[in-house]
Design a binder for this molecule. Structure first.
Ligand code: PMP
Ligand code: GLU
Length: 393
């Protein structure tokens, strides 16, 4: 008899982390694997941020627990970030800081979800949302976005999915895995619908600064006072500041929900690692020029790689506007190679072409694969060449 809880038995492992780990393990065995798996910038954390962390350690400031909801300095940094990029101020009791945006999302679900509450998740979705909702005993309700509509859901689809159990609508723009960005008008329509039905909006804005080719990101919470009151914003420094290893995330919004989330933090991790809070404070308030250099590098990669990927037989690609992923539909490619299951197809590419991708299955997209271009251009070009060879042979 298994000793595992039903909760764990019902969960899937994160397919992104699993694909990344598998690629690393094969490389360690001497295989020449090119990994386009993880959404993890290949840059190191900028020097000013490293220095702030080292100084916090040598000054003795990083030796101690902090308040569960976060250091006052870090909350002040979040406030100045919001004033600059969201156009409004946030009070310290509207901010909770935690161990990565991923854990902050989990904290949110643990705070607001009662058994059976429904969370609407536009699909394709980032891999962890559905399992986190289930861990909190909620019910994920998937609303399908189509490639024809650039992977966006519309209000009439949300309305069709709404029940008296709908508690939260999750929005991730720019999206992982599709790179889609909703326009201000689309967000206003969705926000007004959520306000009208008293549905909380969970806005995962983690890719908000990674937008390309003249596209722009509008935070839904900036669109009206009513929408802001209804929204909990999730953000962090992992992607924008090349800080995945520091594990910093934060949530901003309604005081009561934030206090509930701080309670969950206080009973789980106690607080986000002090040194990471000092580093993130510098990230959010210090010089931002290195951020723009990284953004431009991602943009150049996207513009170089996108046309190459379009030439791979059977790969149909919608050009992303933000984040750092390409999410081709490979239905035709699977047919050409005799596969019906996208995970089997992804595994065959790994074995035969030695290119590691992430199966669309974990994103609720059984006809797609994900490629991360948080990878240097030469690796990516070689990987696309291998994909082309794989499809042509
Ligand atoms: N949200 C999205 C959409 C993501 O892609 C990620 C990936 N890391 C996260 C949240 C979590 O980020 P982190 O925990 O590294 O802050
Ligand atoms: N979010 C990144 C990704 O989608 C990192 C891995 C993870 O947190 O799932 O690849």
């Amino acid at each position: 008899m298994t000793k595992l809880s039903q909760r764990v038995l019902n969960m899937e492992e994160s397919v992104t982390l699993a694909a990344g780990a598998k690629a690393k393990a094969l490389k360690a065995q001497g295989r020449d694997i090119l990994s386009l798996t993880l959404g993890e910038p290949d840059f190191v954390t900028p020097k000013n941020i490293q220095d702030a962390a080292i100084k916090a350690i040598s000054d003795g400031r990083a030796s101690f627990y902090t308040q569960a909801s976060g250091l006052p300095e870090m909350k002040a940094a979040v406030n100045s970030y919001f004033e600059k990029f969201y156009g409004y101020s946030v009070a310290p009791n509207q901010v909770v800081v935690g161990t990565g945006a991923k854990f902050i999302l989990y904290t949110f679900f643990m705070t607001v979800i009662n058994p059976g509450d429904e969370v609407i998740i536009p699909t394709p979705y980032w891999v962890s949302y559905a399992d986190q909702v289930k861990m909190a005993e909620g019910k994920p309700v998937f609303v399908q976005a189509t490639e024809a509509n650039h992977f966006k859901v519309m209000v009439d689809q949300l309305e069709a999915a709404r029940t008296d159990k709908t508690k939260v609508l999750l929005l991730n723009s720019p999206s992982n895995p599709t790179g889609t960005i909703y326009s201000a008008d689309e967000l206003r329509a969705i926000g007004d619908w959520a306000v009208a039905h008293d549905i909380l909006i969970l806005a995962d804005d983690i890719y908000g600064r990674l937008v390309y080719n003249g596209n722009s990101f509008t935070p839904i919470s900036s669109l009206s006072d009513d929408i802001r009151k209804q929204t909990i914003v999730i953000n962090g420094v992992s992607k924008t500041y090349a800080m995945t290893g520091w594990r910093v995330g934060f949530a901003v919004g309604d005081e009561e929900i934030i206090a509930g989330m701080a309670k969950v933090v206080s009973q789980t991790t106690s607080n986000l690692t002090a040194v990471s809070q000092y580093a993130a404070t510098e990230a959010l308030t210090g010089p931002q020029d290195s951020i723009e250099i990284m953004r431009q590098a991602f943009e150049e990669r996207l513009n170089t790689i996108y046309p190459l990927l379009c030439e791979v037989p059977g790969f149909e690609v919608v050009k992303p506007q933000g984040a750092f992923y390409l999410f081709p539909n490979v239905k035709k490619a699977m047919e050409m190679k005799g596969y019906t299951d996208v995970t089997d197809f992804t595994n065959a590419i790994l074995e035969e072409a030695e290119v590691a991708l992430v199966t669309g299955a974990g994103f609720g997209a059984p006809e797609n694969v994900r490629l991360s271009y948080a990878t240097d251009l030469d690796t990516f070009k070689e990987a696309v060449k291998r994909l082309k060879d794989f499809m042509e042979n």
